[in-house]
Design a protein around this ligand. Structure first.
Ligand SMILES: CCCCCCCC/C=C\CCCCCCCC(=O)N[C@@H](Cc1ccc(O)cc1)C(=O)O
Ligand code: ZN
Ligand code: ZN
Length: 478
């Protein structure tokens, strides 16, 4: 182990071009990964056989990663993987790339091809995990494998953390890796995880794609509502049953959206950065949000995806009641999943919920909750943000806008908040509304070309992280 006095190969000397054989091998490697059904079914239900197989699989397709002296590999929480790539310059603060190998379930119904087949059709690799998030697991390891094969020795150390239970909250994977690194005294320059994309077709009138790097993510609350009533014979029902009372309460919550927080959020900054990409008069409207803010926020909340950017969302996800057709139900339970807007806290949302329900027969139990994540810097000095921006510009020259934004879902990166102030959630892939719906939905797929570009992105990103960053002059120095 050790660098053995080898000289640093200067960044950007290695072009991000891959041979025909390498391109075939990289797509075949992804197909093989999709084929392993690493499904997280529920809080403690994982396909551990598949997760173990996946561990063996990455060893077989990325042999150079596993045999290189300056790459250390550890298995954490039985199925998660932590790689430490020792750079040649210990004065540079390390960074971390995150991804997860587990996927949500995918019953065959509705799929054009079986979800765990990894079949290639019409230039696309089909299957669960092609966008969320085996693409990233495989692309990160693939890029490292190719860099190592070209004798690249990184200057800046970095970690690769591959969680195995992100889809069920990351308690045994990301959380344990974070605790281990904290115990080792590691502090990171920044983290890059999944969470946002190059967005295409989400905003009417905006034909051009734009990259959003999520610099924060929403909080979340899983709240159980419960109503208990006296059971009895259904032939003489009381005026109200536990089911009726609970149904009315959850319906009030669904019909009463949480307040629109447009004015207090990051979205204003995002839209201002997008303004000059729009034709007249939208460009003028977005450049003058002090005047047109109320109009814009009403338009944004009309669409269910963009609505998630302006408020805490309320999703009724589970409902359980009744024991027999002719028994008045003693208990009714519902679970509501809230995604907390960065301008609010869990406590504020719970207060609003109780006021909306306004029925003391309804009991509340918080099953799990966490506040929105801190906002990571996106200024000229923010290394992680600027490296992403630089690499987006080089790999996707057609993308004019790179802006900071909010991740509406949650990611494993939240478990690492003690290790860095710079958490960036960005997948170097195009996403349109149809592909957005395929994530956790049906017909998830990635084009072979998009996957190759993701590998290229990471291949360049690692090298960019090794270049000396030009200090950005302050205005008064210009
Ligand atoms: C002006 C800009 C328009 C932008 C339009 C918005 C587009 C949205 C784009 C991408 C969002 C995709 C989010 C993917 C990341 C989410 C990953 C995920 O599914 N995480 C789970 C994690 C989790 C959390 C809690 C649990 O109990 C289990 C799993 C999630 O549900 O959030
Ligand atoms: Zn994911
Ligand atoms: Zn997911």
């Amino acid at each position: 182990k050790g660098l053995g006095g080898q000289k640093h190969q200067r960044a950007s000397q290695i072009p991000s071009q891959f041979s025909q054989g390498e391109r075939v091998a990289m797509k075949e490697a992804l197909k093989g990964a999709i084929h392993i059904p690493t499904v997280s079914f529920g809080p403690k239900e994982l396909n551990t056989t598949a997760l173990a197989e996946f561990g063996e699989y990455i060893r077989s397709v990325f042999p150079t990663v596993f045999k290189t002296s300056f790459v250390q590999h550890e298995v954490i929480g039985e199925y998660s993987h932590l790689f430490t790539v020792q750079g040649s310059d210990p004065s540079l603060q390390p960074y971390m790339l995150l991804a997860h190998s587990d996927v949500v379930p995918a019953p065959d119904e509705g799929w054009e091809v079986p979800p765990f087949s990894g079949l290639e059709r019409d230039g696309f690799i089909h299957g669960r995990g092609t966008l969320d998030n085996k693409n990233s697991v495989m692309a990160i390891l693939q890029a490292l494998e190719l860099l190592l094969l070209r004798n690249y020795i990184p200057r800046r150390s970095f970690f690769i953390a591959l969680g195995h239970d992100e889809e069920i909250s990351g308690h045994n994977g990301a959380q344990k890796i974070a605790a281990l690194l904290q115990a080792r005294g590691v502090q990171l320059a920044f983290i890059v995880d999944e969470g946002n994309f190059i967005l295409d077709g989400f905003i009417p009138n905006l034909k051009k794609p734009f990259a959003i790097i999520a610099v924060t993510e929403k909080g979340a609350i899983n709240l159980m509502l419960q109503v208990n009533t006296t059971p009895g014979h259904s032939s003489a029902p009381p005026k109200e049953t536990s089911i009726g009372i609970l149904a009315a309460a959850v319906s009030r919550l669904e019909q009463t959206p949480m307040p629109n927080m447009f004015g207090s959020g990051l979205l204003k900054t995002t839209l201002q950065e997008l303004a000059h990409e729009f034709p007249f008069p939208t460009n003028i409207i977005l450049s003058n949000l002090w005047l047109f803010g109320p109009l814009v926020s009403r338009l944004i909340e009309r669409n269910y995806i963009t609505n998630a950017l302006v408020r805490t969302t309320t999703a009724l996800t589970m409902f359980n009641a009744g024991v027999k057709v002719n028994v008045i139900p003693p208990v009714a339970q519902a679970i509501i999943n809230f995604r907390v807007d960065p301008a609010q806290t869990v406590q504020e949302v719970l207060e609003l919920v109780k006021n909306i329900v306004a029925d003391n027969r309804v009991q509340f139990q918080v099953l799990s909750a966490f506040d929105p994540l801190p906002v990571s810097p996106s200024d000229h000095q923010a290394l992680g943000y600027q490296l992403l921006r630089q690499t987006i510009r080089s790999v996707f020259p057609e993308v004019n806008i790179v802006a900071p934004g909010v991740c509406i879902g949650n990611t494993d990166s939240r478990h690492y908040a003690n290790l860095t102030t710079g958490i960036y959630r960005f997948n170097p892939l195009y996403l349109n509304p149809q592909s957005f719906r395929s994530i956790h939905g049906i017909n998830e797929k990635i084009s072979v070309r998009a996957y190759e570009t993701q590998v290229k992105f990471i291949f360049e990103f690692v090298q960019n992280a090794d270049t000396d960053q030009e200090p950005v002059p302050h205005l008064h120095e210009l």
